[in-house]
Design a protein around this ligand. Structure first.
Ligand SMILES: O=c1[nH]cnc2c1ncn2[C@@H]1O[C@H](CO)[C@@H](O)[C@H]1O
Ligand SMILES: [Zn+2]
Length: 371
């Protein structure tokens, strides 16, 4: 316990980059209770600490579909402007307090229309909340920059409409597009027209793939839909056959199939989310999570929370678990952070500034202190 505490404290003090964090998966329990009391939504419990535990336990379901059912209770309290802005502001502050210096937060505007808001009103409210969060975080001495990823739900058929929504707000905080929701039976190419529209307008895309479906879903996201990054992608490991020991350069001996070769050698960045995968059954434990072997094999990996509330986690905690349970060191944490930054949808000059002014110096002094 004290090991984990000290590791997490060290990591919290270091600058980090978060690429995969759902806005509707990271609410503060006390905020949910407050808004639900005001709008009449019935919760499993109205005690914030019990509610925190309820989310974690209910999400610990072993399947993605059951894990996703818990979102009914967060989406229900994100249906008016004030609530959306508040949730966005609090998410930014919580990331900043965890040492995240750049974060991309995603959510599906189409799920926030139950009380009469339009898609554009939803986006405007969230962006207002984001900017306020950035301002308050700067005032608190924990500066952070955030970008929004607008998500379309893969089982629905609003992909094109949501793509056009993202494009309308591209110069006001929306930096990319995603699809999410139940994966099995809903291939990315169902939304191909939306991806083509976005790429026609030079707008970047990440796609949830290779979490609850396998290699075909990853190939579809990359080759048919042209995704710039992959959300999760953990099941790329199904195309990797591990051997014994390491080669002359320290790489684990392994045989990679064509798709795994493509993903590794083209440097496709995977947005891996260890704790979330343990809850949905995509991995057995953080210690045995494929992220470590993928890292050792030279895949471009980033570390993410997916849903901080459902997993009872933070980005610092995900890294601390990898350090304490999977043999990672601070150099691995820095490398994953720089990989995340390089694959972020932030403009290059801003990435360069963050890398050279904030991230590199902080890890250099942490690494020399621990040497
Ligand atoms: O790990 C995941 N895989 C697939 N879909 C997810 C995951 N986490 C959250 N969502 C879905 O994305 C929506 C918008 O944020 C959430 O409402 C949830 O349904
Ligand atoms: Zn996700």
């Amino acid at each position: 316990m004290s090991e984990t505490t000290s590791t997490i404290d060290r990591i919290r003090a270091l600058p980090k980059v978060s690429l995969h964090d759902h806005l509707d998966g990271g609410l503060r329990p006390a905020t949910i209770v407050e808004i639900a009391a005001a709008n009449g939504h019935r919760l499993p419990t109205t005690d914030p600490e019990e509610l925190r535990a309820w989310f974690r336990d209910a999400a610990d379901s072993g399947t993605l579909v059951r894990y996703l059912e818990t979102f009914d209770h967060t989406i229900a309290v994100m249906q008016d402007r004030e609530s959306l802005a508040r949730v966005a502001t609090e998410a930014v502050l919580d990331l900043a307090a965890d040492g995240v210096v750049y974060g991309e937060l995603r959510y599906a505007p189409e799920q926030h229309l139950q009380q009469g808001l339009t898609l554009d009103e939803v986006v405007v409210a969230v962006e207002e909340g984001m900017r306020r969060g950035e301002q308050l975080a700067a005032e608190a001495g924990t500066p952070i920059k955030v970008g929004t990823l607008v998500t379309a739900m893969r089982h629905a058929d609003r992909g094109m409409e949501i793509a056009e929504l993202a494009l309308r707000h591209r110069d006001a905080g929306v930096v990319g597009f995603d699809i999410a929701g139940a994966e099995l039976g809903f291939p990315p190419s169902n939304h191909l027209a939306a991806f083509d529209r976005l790429h026609g307008d030079d707008f970047p895309v990440t796609i949830h793939a290779g979490e609850a479906d396998g290699l075909a879903s990853i190939a579809d996201a990359l080759h048919t839909c042209g995704a710039e990054r992959i959300g999760h992608g953990v099941r790329i490991v199904e195309d990797v056959q591990l051997g014994e020991g390491t080669d002359a350069h320290g790489l684990p001996n392994a045989t990679l199939g064509r798709l795994a070769t493509w993903v590794r050698d083209r440097g496709i960045v995977l947005e891996l989310c260890p704790s979330s995968n343990v809850q949905t059954g995509a991995a057995t434990s953080v210690a045995d999570h494929p992220i470590t072997v993928l890292k050792d094999l030279g895949f471009s990996i980033s570390v993410n929370t997916d849903n901080r509330l459902m997993s009872g986690t933070s980005l610092s905690r995900e890294f601390a678990l990898l350090v304490d349970e999977a043999g990672w060191d601070l150099a691995d944490v820095e490398r994953a952070t720089i990989t995340a930054l390089s694959a972020s949808f932030l403009p290059f000059p801003d990435r360069l500034a963050l890398a050279s002014d904030v991230i590199r110096p902080a890890y250099a002094s942490a690494l020399s202190a621990s040497a």
